[in-house]
Design a protein around this ligand. Sequence first.
Ligand code: NAD
Length: 261
Amino acid sequence: MPGRFKDKVVVITGGGSGLGRAAALQLAQEDATLALVDIKMEGLEETKKLVAEKSPAGEVLLITADVSDEVAVQRYVGDTMERFGRIDGFFNNAGIEGKQALTEDYDSSVFDKVIAINLKGVFYGLKHVLAVMKQQGSGYIVNTSSVGGIRAVMNQIAYGASKHAVAGMTKDAAIEYAEYGISVNAIAPGAILTDMVIGSFKQINPDDWKSAAQEFVKDNPAKRLGNPEEIGHLVAYLLSGESPFLNGAIIPIDGAQSAKY
Ligand code: NAD
């Protein structure tokens, strides 16, 4: 039986690591054609290798681009269109954490960088991909927000600002484009075991990030971190078009952490 993504083209930003890679592997298994975007080629090549193991016949285009640069965003959209002629799904996912600090000590240049990548990068992606999807009359978009986009996280003023903005942009884009057959949703992951989260635990305890992780999960109702594969399944579902009336939603995937008082 052909997979849900047979003849479907999906663009993934941050495709060289973590959640982007997990989504790429899940989609490849379901026969997607992929355009993988990342600032680093090394991670993209590793993802391509892993994808080839799951789906030897699947087509994969690798594009290096900095999502905070609008010209580079136009280029990754243009390159994808030139190669495949359409964009059915878009996982607008690349992001960084920034440096943890109390607000009064938060470095303003780090604030600017987090906003440039996490907020403006998502906006540029929406702007240029929505134009393509509107023309097609169809498309599914998943933006990556965070539990930090619906709840506060200590010492992360820029990350919190950017991820709340992603939730807001998701709702705006959803109401603007629903009539064109386009759904725009966001995922709000809790702590998922990726390089970014390991880096975050290292900021808390540089000598022993695993003990910082153990301390962190004590507050999680599920008492564990999430796995990237769990995110891959959710993203694939949202991009599959099985429930197109699901639109403008910010969906937590966090072991019930954000539901807790
Ligand atoms: P990751 O560090 O494993 O992957 C992020 C990828 O984005 C990397 O490959 C990196 O090279 C790429 N990237 C960074 N800056 C970029 C730029 N300017 N242009 C293009 N690519 C760039 O991290 P991850 O955990 O997979 O994070 C993916 C997304 O998920 C981020 O938006 C992050 O904020 C969000 N998120 C992660 C978690 C988590 O617990 N892991 C939780 C909530 C939200």
